[in-house]
Design a binder for this molecule. Sequence first.
Ligand code: HEM
Length: 496
Amino acid sequence: MAMAMMNLSVKMSSTSSSSSSISPASTSSPAPTPVNLPVRTIPGSYGLPLIGPISDRLDYFWFQGPETFFKKRMEQHKSSVFRTNVPPTFPFFVGVNPNMVAVLDCKSFSHLFDMDLVEKKNVLIGDFMPSVSFTGNIRVGVYLDTSEPQHSQVKSFAADILKRSSSVWVSELLSNLDIMWGTIEKDVSANKSSAFLVPLQKSIFRFLTKSLFGADPASSPEIGDNGYVMLDKWLALQLLPTQKIGILQPLEEIFLHSFAYPFALVSGDYNKLYEFVKKEGKETVQRGMTEFGLSQDETIHNLLFILGFNAFGGFSVFLPSLLNNLGSDKTGLQEKLRKEVKEKSGSSPLSFNSVKEMELVKSFVYESLRFSPPVPFQYARARKDFVLSSYDSAFQIKKGELLCGYQPLVMRDPTVFDNPDTFVPDRFTKEKGQELLNYLYWSNGPQTGSPSTSNKQCSAKDVVVLTACLLVADLLLRYDSFSASSGSITAIEKAK
Ligand code: HEM
């Protein structure tokens, strides 16, 4: 580890004008200014028109899958920065330009956070943007660049929602987890295993609607029973063109990656969710209008996006991977974590403050975010011509070019992380672990950074980590042992 950090600082200082300006991730404008690096032509090409994009598309979705796709090209070009096509693409995504510059190491990736160099308008999932009809014909906050005044309004509103929700966040989370574990326990005793995604999503949905805007799904039986499925479908239709599902090819290519599905398929459900937020979350909606200057429609569609895409979508990916990591460990990790949880929580109920003290639990959560970043892609478009640097080379980027960062590889950058392909639960403990947080990028910014109206870092960067810590701590206090793999809980033993 020490060697890795030393290598990093050596490499950083040899590539920049002053060592204080180069830490790639420790400030809000972290991109280093290259001085002595050789400027290289960006390797790779987009291939012949139509043929290049379609061949890359087939590799990406069919023959290789995203991880191998990027790894192979990185090896082939001997560079963590290269040109490639990233789908969706030909034949029916006509207006979508798949040409991108991939940035696959921590240093080059950190340029994506420098809002002087890049803009984030409409690039949440690449050059392809799902139809705005999915969000009430409004470009919601995540699609807005920091230069657009509305970004500040929506981001400040999101910060306000999170601040206000903090008084009920923990109690709502824990009471809904209680319901989830009840269902899972019954399942395990009846069937010897329990697929946990559905009970988990039901609990997350209830906990989020209650915490974020005080709306109780129980007040509307249809939303209470099916709200989470409505969000799943709405999310799936927007993301399908960009996702490898793994079903029989060429069916996946023909039916899922060749065209965008219309909003009409989920409009009925979306309208019900809209009415639910309008009625049950009326105080929050009112605040969006009076305190943040948003119209009623802008407030509700943004709230729905924060609830459904950011929060529900994010937790639905992240929490299952956390449970799988914990439940499949065979190294005695659960025991060590449980000891820390018991020591730090004592006889008091769990709280944000108590989990903040749990160094190993936090490190386990951070390592889970490093090992499988829940949002694998970040994109940004060059605001102007600039020179982008990786560790040993610099590259000329032209205004308008799209940069594509694939986090699963960036978070295994061997210059920064020792044994990058190994899950090391205590990686983020002690002083060196704290230093490494500068390079943990899951929230579209370093874990040491702060979300603000002048950047695009996740508003819930800290609360996501604390929520995951609470889930882990609660679970370890409930059960003396717990086994899980591939989305199923296979054994649990209640705490004695
Ligand atoms: C595990 C859960 C979550 C993950 C993995 C996650 C991840 C992210 C990422 C990667 C981005 C940046 C997207 C981009 O522009 O490229 C983002 C943005 C954002 N997230 Fe989260 N998020 C999570 C939970 C939440 C929650 C609970 C909230 C709010 C309650 C939230 C609110 C936001 C907002 C408002 C933005 C837009 C920031 C901006 O436009 O400046 N997120 N999130």
